[in-house]
Ligand binder design. Structure first.
Ligand code: MV4
Length: 457
């Protein structure tokens, strides 16, 4: 096992990694930027080391700073969390070169899955279901039009270096493709320094269902269940749940089987996620693979009783996966609400300020992963996630009741946040029926009046 781990992240995930280190009895060092000096993970860590000023480019995304922080504190492993350098193949490569273990898959696997056209090729060759699409990148407009006519509209142009919806353009017809293709290429070039794009048939209002996988260094790969993450706003997840509601046993089994097949083809050796789109008929298609631990991992932990963070660390240290997929019948139902510092009544304008009072919810089946405390000044430099409320119930109905209770109990004053917005979603009849799809949040926002997101007195 590792001697000491550098946590190269901040906020709730830095705290989550620290908790896993404590459970495994591994000392941990938290790397922090100037503005995070007084944060909860820094206060609770065994050691902490400043890696630079507030802008992420100079601290959390600064590879030399992260590597030297690990070396001078005597760490032998680096946990990147999510975001920042979590899917940076160079960091994984340099770690290898200086004798540090990067807690994640091998650099070439990060690289391969980071190229979305290459990832598609790997998955197609492995026999994972996929929407009709271009083999590799699009060279010319003529090629794109021929292809679109062949598979039929609508189509979507996506950035090879993209993911998470950035650099994506939908075309309903030939004219839109003629206009959209150069726009997608220019956007991809500007955002990623790589203008390469590929194309596939576009599904209207699909569901987003993803599968958690774990691989070790001995060729063992298990699927630890799926999550429905369809409730998103501008490609940001808002509510996630496990298992995915209204999914037949047969579809679920097939989905998990294909995820293992895909992860095996990718040479996967860590915790990772394969994202799929699910159409109204229950057919699923590979979308992309994330080579990191994800924000929504707790709902899988709650339904599988597997500590994903601990296992991600254990397999990185060379341990074998000690459970079989057949022993992993998911228990009950889990839901997560991502609470952010945003004003839902004002087009989700980012909120700033200092947390005045913070009272976390509790009781049976409630878990809170958050770095908040009363007096915490939220730095404006990073994402707006304040924390996650996670509930578990013996079935979906009990999980929903517990989430309603948890949201009602939570007190966060001083900073506008999305608790009232989440309360309205959880109370929504369509949500209660499990009628979730990627158009849900936009339709919900059209349906309800903004004032309904005001906090109760
Ligand atoms: C799609 C799609 C429909 N058809 N691809 C958005 C994020 C990026 N990972 C891919 N995305 C989509 N790709 C095809 N061929 C619809 C989306 C999409 C979406 C996907 C998941 C969750 C929310 C979404 C919201 C809008 C569009």
């Amino acid at each position: 096992m590792f001697r000491k781990i550098l946590i190269a992240n901040r906020g709730e995930i830095a705290l989550r990694i620290l908790r896993a280190c404590r459970d495994l009895r591994i000392p941990a060092v938290v790397a922090y930027s100037d503005v995070d000096r007084d944060s909860l993970p820094v206060r609770l860590a065994d050691e902490a080391v400043c890696i630079g000023p507030a802008p992420a480019a100079k601290s959390y995304n600064n590879i030399p700073a992260v590597i030297s922080a690990a070396m001078i504190t005597g760490c032998d492993a680096v946990h990147p969390g999510y975001g920042f350098l979590a899917e940076n193949a160079y960091l994984a490569e340099i770690c290898q070169q200086v004798g540090l273990t990067f807690i994640g898959p091998r650099p070439e696997v990060i690289e391969r899955m980071g190229n979305k056209a290459e990832a598609r090729r790997v998955m197609r060759e492995a026999g994972v279901p996929m929407l009709p699409g271009t083999q590799g990148t699009i060279a010319t407009l003529g090629e794109a039009r021929d292809f679109a006519r062949h598979i039929g509209y609508p189509v979507v142009v996506k950035a090879v270096a993209g993911g998470g919806g950035r650099g994506m353009r939908v075309a309903m017809n030939d004219a839109e493709l003629v206009r959209g293709l150069p726009m997608a290429q220019a956007e991809a070039e500007a955002a990623f320094g790589n203008g390469a794009v590929y194309m596939e048939r576009y599904l209207l209002k699909p569901r987003h269902v993803e599968v958690q996988v774990l691989g070790d260094s001995y060729g063992n790969i298990v699927a630890i269940g799926e999550r429905d993450c369809s409730l998103q706003r501008r490609h940001q997840k808002v509510v996630e749940e496990a298992p995915a509601p209204n999914l037949s046993r047969k579809t679920r089994e097939n989905l998990l089987k294909m995820a293992v097949k895909g992860a095996r083809a990718a040479g996967y050796t860590s915790a990772g996620t394969l994202e799929f789109l699910l159409d109204a008929e229950g057919r699923f298609y590979f979308m992309e693979m994330n080579t990191r631990i994800q924000v929504e991992h707790p709902i899988t932990e709650e339904t599988s009783r597997i500590d994903l963070l601990a296992w991600q660390i254990r397999v990185a240290a060379g341990e074998r996966i000690a459970f079989k997929e057949d022993d992993l019948r998911p228990q009950g139902h889990s839901i997560e609400c991502r609470i952010t510092a945003e004003d839902a009544a004002n087009d989700f304008m980012p909120a700033v300020g200092t947390v005045e009072t913070y009272v976390a919810p509790g009781g049976p089946g409630v878990r809170v992963d958050s770095h908040l405390f009363g007096g915490y000044a939220i730095p404006p430099n990073y994402d707006s996630l304040l924390g996650k409320i996670i509930v578990w119930g013996k079935n979906r109905d009990e999980a929903i009741a517990r989430m309603e209770r948890a949201l009602r109990e939570t007190i966060i004053t001083g900073v506008t946040n999305t608790i009232p917005f989440h309360s309205r979603i959880i109370a929504d009849d369509a949500f209660k029926r499990g009628e979730v799809h990627t158009g849900f949040i936009p339709e919900f926002l059209d349906r309800v009046a903004d004032r309904e997101f005001d906090p109760p007195d």
